[in-house]
Design a protein around this ligand. Structure first.
Ligand SMILES: Nc1ncnc2c1ncn2[C@@H]1O[C@H](COP(=O)(O)OP(=O)(O)O)[C@@H](O)[C@H]1O
Ligand SMILES: [Mg+2]
Length: 138
């Protein structure tokens, strides 16, 4: 599925389309350069799942936990992760296999830790500053 968001306001609709597309899959991997809009889209997805807390980048903790209407949501940012042992030590596998929603930024940093199936979301900034969002079931 390919979606285009010209403004962040359009992400509300896009988030609900992505949640519907995902079906029972709760693991989401986000690909895209710094500034592409990964955290912003995760914020919209969290709102779609009934979160009312503030969604921010999990800079220091590696993972943020939010309480949604349908259960917990874990939000990871592995950008600063130096090696996969660091991810293992923070218990990433327990989160990934917990059955709760997991939104993962910079999954490229922890390739061996990732589950075998997930929703892949790739965000690209287009010339007019709108975002191309490619959503695939892997
Ligand atoms: N669909 C969009 N259209 C326009 N601007 C966007 C869109 N998505 C994100 N942005 C803007 O891009 C900037 C970076 O977004 P952010 O989510 O922090 O990126 P990332 O997490 O990929 O580094 C923010 O200022 C945000 O408002
Ligand atoms: Mg981010």
């Amino acid at each position: 599925m390919i979606l285009i968001a010209s403004t962040t306001a359009q992400l509300t609709t896009i988030a609900s389309q992505i949640i519907t597309f995902a079906g029972n899959e709760k693991i989401f991997l986000f690909h895209g350069n710094m500034g592409a809009g990964k955290t912003t889209l995760i914020k919209s997805l969290c709102e779609c799942l009934g979160i009312t807390d503030a969604v921010t980048s999990p800079t220091f903790a590696l993972v943020n936990e939010y309480i949604g209407a349908r259960g917990k949501i874990y939000h990871f940012d592995f950008y600063r992760t130096k090696n996969q042992t660091e991810a293992l030590d923070m218990g990433c596998e327990e989160y990934f296999y917990s059955g709760n929603h997991c939104f993962i930024e910079w999954p490229e940093k922890v390739p061996d830790m990732l589950p075998g199936h997930y929703i892949s979301i790739s965000i690209k900034v287009l010339n007019d500053d709108s975002r191309e969002i490619i959503v695939e079931k892997i």
